[in-house]
Design a protein around this ligand. Structure first.
Ligand SMILES: [Zn+2]
Ligand SMILES: [Zn+2]
Length: 385
């Protein structure tokens, strides 16, 4: 309490009307009200109106440097106290997100123990937080084993010890009509083999894994503006993340409706935490964004592999940012058929032409061209013997 006595008394007009604390990175909106940048971002995530008077607030409001420097000059100790408070809030949010992830790894199993997962061999690396379909013909025992347990498998490329833990969302066994069986999987987190896999009596491999996450980011990296308050030379990981989203939107702007749809089908939407600008992000949010970007951008195989093995979220985000910046007006999005890392030489134009051909076929089908040609065959009754 002795220290608290030294903190200056802050007049109410310098308090944020959302958190009722000293304004931190103050932003003045057109109606004249002023809020902390983080508080405003969070409030605007719900509705684009001022929290006090409900007047509309356009996005992209800058910090009011006049108010900020006035607070820094007149209330230095209150400001330092406020910044420390913010650091603690950030740390708490980040710790909570990390605990949630550990809970996900545990999946009702005992904690601090290796994960035992059946191994689904794959040709290429699956990205964490993505959805894939996998042909599991001849591997029904493996799928059944997973379904009886926690529905989890490890997708692991040959000669690799780094895979991804996946959850089976749907299983379609082979039928008389459909000779292959398929699983739809949602990938969760990376896992590393800790000893050579064993052969299960039902003929599939099973391995002991440990979960692998990126190193948690320093707190300063979790806010868009550097916490120190001064404009630093280095951007925060959050700022790089948002720049990547802007660059990606510019890339998407180059696509027509058909290619846009195909891109969304292939890569899914931007992770939920980034669809609207939240007040604070966690290391887990930024890691998820970095993997989503890695899947959304065409990248050469060695570079991609390095980033998959890396535990540095910031480095992964910066690599995606560089790739899109270097592309300029060229499209580097991972569209169906681009199959980026397997055929690095193939341009995205090839996939656009392919898309046009598919679209043309669809139009032909809609016009009934195929029905005319095959209509008679189809109407023949199928009777044998
Ligand atoms: Zn506030
Ligand atoms: Zn207002």
């Amino acid at each position: 309490m002795a220290e608290a006595a030294h903190i200056e008394e802050v007049p109410p007009h310098l308090e944020c009307a959302i958190c009722w604390k000293l304004l931190l990175e103050p932003v003045s909106v057109p109606c004249g009200h002023t809020f902390c940048q983080g508080c405003l971002a969070q409030a605007l995530g719900y509705r684009n109106v001022c929290s006090v008077c409900r007047a509309p607030v356009p996005p992209g409001q800058a910090v009011n440097v006049l108010i900020r420097s006035m607070i820094a000059e007149q209330y230095p100790r209150a400001l330092a106290h406020r910044r420390q408070e913010q650091q603690e809030e950030l740390r708490e949010a980040d710790d909570n997100a990390a605990a949630q992830r550990r809970e996900e790894v545990r999946n009702d199993g005992p904690s601090d123990e290796a994960l035992i997962l059946p191994i689904l061999r794959s040709v290429k690396f699956a990205l964490p937080h993505s959805r894939v379909e996998h042909d599991t013909s001849g591997q029904d025992e493996l799928v059944q084993f997973a379904l009886q347990g926690g529905r989890r498998v490890c997708s692991l490329p040959s000669n690799e010890d780094l895979g991804v833990c996946m959850i089976i969302e749907d299983f379609r066994p082979a039928t008389e009509r459909q000779h292959s069986s398929f699983v739809r999987l949602v990938s969760k987190f990376r896992v590393r083999l800790i000893e050579p896999p064993q052969l299960h009596e039902d003929g599939f491999e099973i391995g002991r894994f440990e979960a692998m996450f990126d190193t948690p980011l320093p707190l300063n990296d979790l806010v868009v503006e550097s916490i120190s308050g001064e404009s630093t030379e280095e951007e925060t990981a959050s700022a790089i993340g948002y720049q990547c989203i802007e660059l990606l939107d510019r890339q998407r702007g180059m696509l027509g409706p058909g290619a846009l749809y195909a891109f969304a089908e292939q890569c899914g939407e931007i992770p939920a935490a980034f669809r609207r600008r939240p007040g604070t992000l966690t290391s887990a949010d930024l890691e998820q964004l970095s993997f989503w970007l890695l899947g959304a951008i065409v990248m050469d195989e060695p570079g991609r592999k390095r980033l998959l093995h890396s535990t540095d979220t910031r480095d992964r985000l910066a690599a995606c940012q560089r790739k899109m910046q270097a592309a300029g007006p060229r499209c580097v999005l991972n569209l169906p058929g681009a199959d980026s890392w397997m055929h690095p030489g193939q341009s995205s134009w090839t996939s656009i032409v392919l898309l046009l051909v598919v679209f043309g076929l669809l139009v032909a089908k809609a016009c009934g061209l195929f029905d005319q040609a095959f209509g008679r065959q189809r109407s023949l009754p199928l009777r044998f013997g």
